[in-house]
Design a protein around this ligand. Structure first.
Ligand code: UD1
Ligand code: CA
Length: 419
């Protein structure tokens, strides 16, 4: 298979977001929109990815970093011009160029993979993704001839009344042979109405040259949904939420109420874990198998939960790990804590991990028992099988030795009575 490289168009202003943050950096379930698109590119085997930036380029670079290359489009002269900015970088490239938009987080790896496969199999010069929409308003329409072959993409603004009735739209995902792409881009003229160079004009150009253009109709029109407004952002966020929840249910996780459960994209969850309503699982969280969590539980980034862990209502766990068999059933907070196996966190426990300047960590050994309403002012170590009594305040720097109890305010250490 020919090598694949990707160009992601993200120079647009995103005016309708009314934001000081570039559109592609807005978050969908805690992850920047453009990151989803980059993940798709990587997921279909694109080894080099170029992002075309214009507006607030520096901010995008700062967030996305060095996992892709950047090119700048200083003047927004249209999608054809945006792709052309990569010409120098791709001049010796002989493979396929995948073109994606930076604002479509629901784009699916499977669909794009299929598109690339169709492209290679049919030996087309260009293959692009289409969708049938009930309301195609605003999109470029796919014009087909009597043999049902796609012959052009007509932008909404340029379409006749008759063409506007066409429901098949251009999603904005293209796979094009590199040499032919840049040859075509050199020939694309400026659209008189919009004073822009349209990437979509390459379709008619290829056909005039007698070159083969192929289309793939996506079954799920949502994959092409772009975020242009805050309303879109919310809608796409909910669709993403549904997609992720469906995935985990298929993987054997029970989710009692999908409409009040939020699971970020970069999460793993083991089989037979039960998630009760109003649970938030943020990015970079691992939940083991056979856990029971929620209702009203929040897992923040960097959290690792083992198997058979029970985490109940009004709980927050941030950047912490809990080994197998731990319990934390009611209103408690753990931050920067490392727990061994079978630890019991009594209700109302708080790790006071922030001293106003920096975060401090708490370590709790296997089988330790943290009594209700304990405050652990980090850094604190609670040894194996040790105990903190209900209502105790374990002050910063304390090491409760294995088998000892910390009792009172401030907590004093004494040998734990045998269990
Ligand atoms: C484009 C397509 C349209 C398609 C629609 C799908 C063209 C001419 N039209 O229309 O057929 O149905 O997408 O959503 O391509 N961008 C740049 N530089 C520019 C202009 C745009 O990088 O100079 C980027 C934008 O940031 C965006 C993408 O290209 O990510 C698409 O641009 P946009 O202006 O939204 O195109 P549409 O008019 O929606
Ligand atoms: Ca758009």
């Amino acid at each position: 298979m020919p090598e694949l490289r990707t160009v992601i168009l993200a120079a647009g202003k995103g005016t309708r977001m009314k934001s000081d943050v570039p559109k592609v950096l807005h978050l969908v379930l805690g992850k920047p929109i453009i990151q989803y698109v980059l993940d798709v590119a990587k997921g279909v085997g694109s080894l080099k990815n170029y992002v075309v930036l214009g507006h607030q380029a520096e901010m995008v670079r700062a967030v996305v970093g060095s996992e892709c290359d950047y090119v700048e489009q200083t003047e927004l002269l249209g999608t054809a011009d945006a792709v052309k900015r990569t010409k120098n970088l791709l001049k010796n490239f002989n493979g396929n160029v995948l073109i994606l938009c930076g604002d479509t987080p629901l784009l699916d790896k499977k669909v794009v993979k299929l598109l690339v496969n169709v492209h290679n199999r049919t030996k087309a010069v260009c293959t692009f993704l289409t969708a049938i929409l009930r309301d195609p308003h605003g999109y470029g329409r796919v014009i087909r001839n009597e043999k049902n072959a796609a012959i052009a993409i007509r932008e909404h603004k340029d379409a006749t009344a008759e063409e506007k009735k066409i429901n098949e739209i251009n999603v904005g995902v293209y796979c094009v042979k590199s040499k032919e792409l840049f040859a075509a881009l050199d020939k694309v003229g400026m659209n008189a109405k919009k004073k822009e160079f349209y990437l979509t004009d390459i379709i008619a150009f290829f056909l005039n040259q007698g070159l083969k253009v192929q289309t793939l109709v996506t079954e799920d029109p949502d994959v092409g949904l772009g975020v242009n407004t805050r309303e879109h952002l919310a809608m796409v966020g909910l669709k993403m939420r549904d997609k992720i929840i469906k995935y985990w249910m298929e993987e054997g996780v029970t989710i009692m109420d999908p409409t009040t459960t939020f699971i970020a994209p970069d999460v793993t969850i083991g089989r037979d874990t039960l998630i009760r309503p109003f649970t938030f699982i943020e990015n970079n969280v691992k939940l083991g198998a056979r856990c029971v969590v929620g209702p009203f539980a929040r897992f923040r980034p960097g959290t690792r939960i083992g198997n058979n862990v029970d985490i109940g209502n009004f709980t927050e766990i941030n950047n912490s790990s809990m080994d197998d068999g731990c319990f934390m059933k009611h209103f408690s907070y753990l931050g920067d804590a490392t727990l061994g196996k079978n630890v019991n966190i009594g209700c109302g426990t708080v790790t006071a991990n922030f001293d106003g300047v920096k975060k401090n960590s708490t370590k709790i050994g296997d089988g330790a028992f943290i009594g209700s309403d304990s405050i652990l002012v980090a850094p604190v170590t609670v040894g194996r099988g040790a105990l903190t009594a209900a209502g105790s305040v374990v002050t910063s720097g304390t090491k409760v030795p294995p088998g000892y109890a910390a009792v009172g305010v401030p907590a004093r250490l004494r040998k734990r009575k045998s269990l």
